[in-house]
Design a protein around this ligand. Structure first.
Ligand SMILES: O=C(O)CCC(=O)C(=O)O
Length: 309
């Protein structure tokens, strides 16, 4: 199965030295070495503040729909794809000049937004790779693009990364699936035991090689892009009264189909490369026309039901 050029060491050297636009080279180099790049000031404070304000309006207008999902500490859980109802969030992708230039270079074409997660506070998720949930054919044509909508420090749950973890050799995924699910058992799109076993082994592999895990506190307006294979997560939140507004975008080449664990843990199995969905254009860029917005993966709404005036 063919790896993207940026995961092939020889092609990587050639592309960086001969094909990379000079303005992109420093961030491309750092991204490929560390597995992520933080781009400070990639979005203005004014845009960040405006989007948080718009979210406060969304919260007021849809208070009845949101209410059942309020967490014990008063925050909202992750909101999936709310850019379909609040398309101004897409500015964080389309107006993010350097982030777009890096992704287009790495993917060799136009990068599009596939799905998104809006967080009011840190996710406090253990280290994980996203690839079991964002599995393209060919594989690894995916990035996570995270924008801090307010300042992030050690207390409000910064992003954490295992630097260099994107270079660890891929595990034998089919063998892990056989071990967890049983010989010959079908692989479901979503299996928690399978996901957890894979992530645990990746983290063990990185720790055995002495890779460092650290937090990445950043100022509002910073964009962090992570490699499809970078283990990352949300550090524990020390002050649960604090918010940490951020927006995560999952990006792919235009038209790339995205599969979940049923494809990721069966890397030799054929799946169509092309996505069935259409795209919506805004500001010269595109996002996938999905039909549902979800609160915490529990309650779905049509985007129109949640649109703001
Ligand atoms: O924002 C965070 O705390 C982590 C986000 C994350 O790991 C993810 O969306 O995959």
């Amino acid at each position: 199965m063919s790896l993207p050029w940026f995961m092939q060491p020889d092609a990587r050297e050639v592309a960086l030295s001969r094909l990379c636009p000079p303005g992109v080279r420093p961030i491309a180099n750092e991204f490929l070495q560390k597995g992520f790049i933080a781009i400070p000031g990639s979005v203005s404070d004014a845009i960040c503040d405006h989007l948080v304000e718009r979210f406060r309006t969304f919260e007021r207008v849809h208070a009845d729909k949101l209410a059942p999902f309020r967490l014990a500490d008063g925050h909202w859980p992750r909101l999936v794809n709310i850019h379909l109802s609040m398309p101004e969030l897409f500015d964080l992708f389309s107006q993010n000049r350097q982030a777009i230039a890096l992704q287009d270079f790495l993917l060799g074409g136009e990068t599009c937004l596939y799905t998104s997660l809006f967080y009011e506070r840190g996710s406090a998720q253990p280290l994980h790779r996203d690839t079991p949930y964002f599995c393209t054919r060919p594989e690894y044509r995916y990035f996570g693009v995270w924008v801090a909508l307010e300042d992030v420090d050690e207390d409000n749950g910064p992003l954490m990364v295992m630097e260099g973890g994107h270079l660890l050799p891929e595990l034998d995924r089919a063998a892990i699936a056989r071990e967890v699910l049983g010989e010959g058992a079908p692989i479901p799109p979503d299996s928690m035991p399978l996901f957890d076993t894979y992530q645990k082994r990746v983290v063990e592999q990185g720790r055995a090689l002495g890779l460092k895990v650290y937090n990445v506190p950043v100022r509002k307006g910073t964009t962090i892009i992570w490699h499809p294979q970078l283990p990352h997560g949300g550090a524990p939140i020390r002050d649960l009264k604090r918010t940490r507004f951020s927006f995560v975008m999952h990006t792919t080449p235009e038209g790339a189909a995205v599969y979940h664990q049923h494809a990721f843990f069966a890397p030799e199995k054929h799946f169509p490369e092309h996505a069935p969905w259409k795209y919506i254009s805004r500001d010269g860029r595109k996002y996938a026309r999905h039909k549902l917005v979800s609160f915490a993966h529990q309650q779905n709404y049509a985007p129109e039901e949640l649109a703001l005036a």
